[in-house]
Design a protein around this ligand. Structure first.
Ligand SMILES: O=C(CO)[C@H](O)[C@H](O)COP(=O)(O)O
Length: 330
């Protein structure tokens, strides 16, 4: 089987290798000429035999939109395009409609597995017509993990369903990561457990909380035992937000995802404006101490003297000496 693959980055590049190893004749295009098999999309389309199969693996949003538009001008009736990037599920509906004008088939596929997928295989969630799924099955079989097809592949429904499933998968991912992170912080905070890494490692076998994310947490702690030097700054690529939007639209409570997503926003703040407002309000209604930047918290003694509050003195259990306690300096 022949396949055009657009986007040979961290995901696409590895997927090309895995597909080639399974005997698929892949012609890849990337804007990086050094790794690309062809100069541009026109050459890619020209080199593929009709009816063509093209897998698009580029960043979601504007880049995907522009690739789809360019392809629409190049492809012919009977060709098939599959969006394997992390597109928003609702974008698929527009792309399917766009391609339908010229008789080009369109499918979507959520791909999970990250940089480890080349070795372990990718979890695939696709959306589209049954006949298109059948047509692309050799490609799905090449990409998915070894073992029963249903443990690593699903035809989730019509166009959009694959990315919808991947979006929810990523929403779950946010919550799982955050739960491990919270547990790690508490174990680090209390001095009774002296081998935190050992606990995480022990949990990888036999326990209720074992998972691949837990394995990766163990790997991270092996590389950096107390995560020293790792900035808390965490970005997001949109899937958590989309999942939460869907939760609201469908009145599904998703407090775990909301907390995990909002924590990422907090991680990007040097200072929390909303907590400044809370501190200011406590000062207004209760006369509670309001600290200024660079100033130790103080209170006024009965004698009218300002003195540093005992609460500001570092204690063993106040977190001031732990990794991640820098914000308590304010
Ligand atoms: O799809 C993925 C993993 O399953 C990607 O790594 C994705 O980037 C993760 O989402 P976010 O960047 O918002 O954390």
């Amino acid at each position: 089987m022949q396949l055009g693959l657009i986007g040979l980055g961290k995901m696409g590049g590895n997927m090309r290798d895995r597909m080639k190893a399974a005997g698929i004749d892949v012609i890849g295009f990337d804007t990086n000429r050094e790794i690309s098999d062809v100069a541009d999309l026109a050459e890619l389309v020209e080199k593929l035999e009709a009816p063509r199969n093209i897998w698009v693996m580029v960043p979601a949003g504007k880049i995907t939109d522009s690739v789809m538009s360019e392809l629409q001008g190049l492809l012919a009736e009977g060709d098939l395009v599959i969006d394997g990037g992390n597109s928003k599920w609702s974008d698929d509906l527009g792309h399917a409609e766009q391609f339908a004008e010229t008789g080009v088939h369109f499918m979507d596929c959520g791909v999970s597995g990250g940089v480890w997928g080349k070795e372990n295989g990718y979890g695939l969630m696709c959306g589209g017509a049954e006949e298109d799924v059948e047509r692309m099955m050799p490609v799905f079989d090449a990409l998915r993990p070894e073992g029963p097809r249903e443990e690593g592949f699903v035809h989730a429904g019509k166009v959009g369903a694959g990315h919808y499933a991947k979006m929810v998968h990523n929403g779950i991912e946010y919550g799982l990561m955050h739960a491990y992170a919270e547990g790690w912080e508490l174990l680090e905070a209390k001095d009774i457990v002296t081998d935190v890494h050992g606990c995480f490692k022990a949990w990888t076998r036999g326990t209720v909380v074992r998972s691949w994310l837990l394995d990766l947490m163990v790997k991270a702690l092996e590389e950096t035992p107390h995560l020293e030097g790792i900035s808390e700054y965490s970005t997001d690529s949109g899937e958590g937000r989309w999942t939460l939007e869907e939760a609201i639209a469908n009145a599904v409570p998703m407090p775990v995802l909301a907390a995990a997503l909002f924590s990422r926003f907090t991680s990007r703040q040097e200072n929390s404006p909303q907590m400044q407002a809370v501190a200011a309000l406590r000062g207004q209604f209760g006369g509670h101490e309001v600290m200024q930047f660079g100033q130790e918290p103080y209170h006024v003694t009965k004698e009218g003297q300002a003195e540093v509050s005992p609460a500001a003195q570092p204690k063993q259990d106040d977190g001031a000496s732990r990794p991640g306690a820098a914000k308590s300096e304010h």
